[in-house]
Design a protein around this ligand. Structure first.
Ligand code: EPU
Length: 409
């Protein structure tokens, strides 16, 4: 077990360039399975989920070479094999094997699907997309005798189901129209990769139009991680510091930055970077997490310490209604809250150092931010959850002046 030892109360100041987005990199990696050629993927983050994804596609016969943050994936000699359940159970994105394997081999096997367990996370819409394109599900096996383009009318936006639909439709026979699709920047990033591999994809306000084609290798630079950006911006604000973040599209952070402005944070935005400066005291604000372009659900746990440090506020998560388990870990630091029917109310709180453990990725980062803000020595266990989505947070935070180290127990 690895844990972080943190001496809090030091303002974080400086500049950070974020890495590639986890939630863009993962669909791109699994989408290589439907191509036949060599793909070049740049700015791939060195994080736990990516390592698992590379092993899963490696097990299908992909030849992978890594040089720094650039990876080449050669998918010319793939062969179906049953997925390793230990690996699939480690990440949510293993659900992309359903679309990828169906499209490439005409067959997919449903092994355990992992990821953060903050809510019930069904895959019915993934399977609905597959069935629209002609697949049938029999127990844990999904088969298709050639995928055929069709309409996929999702009942609500789902990132994962939209990703699977795009992966399959890109190589299906004929045209597919996908409505009520997820508009997150990582969906567009996947489409950019597929187009570079030869796919025909057109987005309108109401639908994605995909004409299936045989795909060769593609080339893409993974977009910067907006959740990593929001996390470090929050850490700087929580500690009374000042931070410039580069490497992310600042438009993708609009709803998060307007939350910071509501709290009284000074925010300066340009196309290529954003700078935040903490005010003397933080105000009160309300968060409603919703599908893009709404406030990202993945940043609502990150927002909670700021509400506790300031005048309090409320959080509603319309994507994952029960994503509030992390608050019990934050309460160890003195964060006062009350769960309500629609979310949580956070009260102004006096933070104290504590010893707690992360139970999921973003909740874990919320613990780190709270520990950085609480004067004194804290520990945060469960580092493996945090390392699934953040590349070397100790080096990044240390470069901003934080007193943080990683220890093995
Ligand atoms: N949903 C269904 N049926 C489905 C799929 C989804 O009912 O078949 C519902 C879910 O229960 C949820 C909503 O649709 O209420 C949206 O879920 P979505 O499918 O969009 O989420 P996801 O694809 O499982 C991705 C990210 C999550 C992020 C959500 C929302 C990846 C690998 N994961 O999950 O990221 O919270 O979108 O933006 O892209 C994280 O990075 O920490 C993380 C959890």
């Amino acid at each position: 077990m690895i844990h972080y030892k943190i001496r809090g109360g030091i303002p974080l100041c400086g500049s950070v360039t974020v890495g590639g987005s986890k939630n863009a990199a993962l669909p791109i990696l699994f989408a290589t399975v439907v191509t036949n050629g060599v793909s070049v993927i740049r700015n791939l983050p060195d994080i736990g989920d990516v390592a698992v994804a590379l092993r899963l596609i490696g097990n299908l016969g992909a030849r992978i070479e890594r040089s720094g943050s650039t990876v080449t994936v050669d998918t010319r000699q793939l062969e179906f094999s049953s997925p390793d359940g230990t690996l699939t159970s480690a990440i949510r994105a293993s659900s992309y094997l359903i679309g990828a394997c169906l499209a490439r081999f005409g067959r997919a096997e449903l092994a355990g699907i992992g990821g953060c367990s903050f809510a019930d996370r069904p895959i019915d819409m993934h399977l609905y997309a597959a069935s629209c394109l002609g697949a049938s599900v029999d127990g844990a096996t999904v088969t298709a005798d050639g995928l055929r383009g069709s309409r996929i009318d999702f009942r609500q936006p789902s990132v994962g189901a939209t990703v699977n639909a795009l992966i399959m439709a890109s190589v299906a026979d004929g045209e597919t129209v996908i409505t009520s699709y997820a508009r997150e920047p990582h969906v567009a990033a996947l489409a950019d990769y597929l187009v570079s591999a030869g796919a025909s994809i057109r987005f309108t306000d109401t639908a994605i139009y995909v004409r299936g084609r045989a795909l060769s290798g593609g080339e893409v630079t993974v977009i910067g991680d907006m959740i990593e950006a929001g996390s470090y911006l929050s850490a700087a604000v929580a500690t009374g510091g000042c931070l410039t973040v580069r490497g992310v599209c600042t438009d993708d952070l609009t709803s998060f930055l307007s939350f910071l402005t509501d709290l009284g944070v000074y925010v300066s935005i340009s196309d290529s970077y954003v700078t935040v400066t903490a005010p003397h005291s933080l105000g009160r604000a309300h968060v409603t997490a919703a599908p893009y372009p709404g406030f990202p659900s993945d940043l609502q746990p990150i927002a909670a310490p700021l509400l506790a440090l300031g005048g309090g506020g409320s959080i509603i998560d319309s994507v994952w209604r029960s994503r509030f388990g992390y608050l019990s870990a934050l309460s160890a630091f003195g964060v006062r809250y009350r769960l309500t029917e629609s979310g949580a109310v956070i009260y102004p709180s006096t933070l104290i150092p504590s010893h707690t453990a992360a139970t999921d990725l973003r909740g874990g980062m919320a613990c780190i931010i709270t520990a950085l803000a609480a004067s004194g020595e804290s520990t945060v266990g469960g580092a493996e959850h945090i390392l699934r989505g953040y590349e070397d947070p100790v080096s990044t935070l240390s470069s901003l002046g934080a007193s943080i180290s990683c220890e093995q127990r």
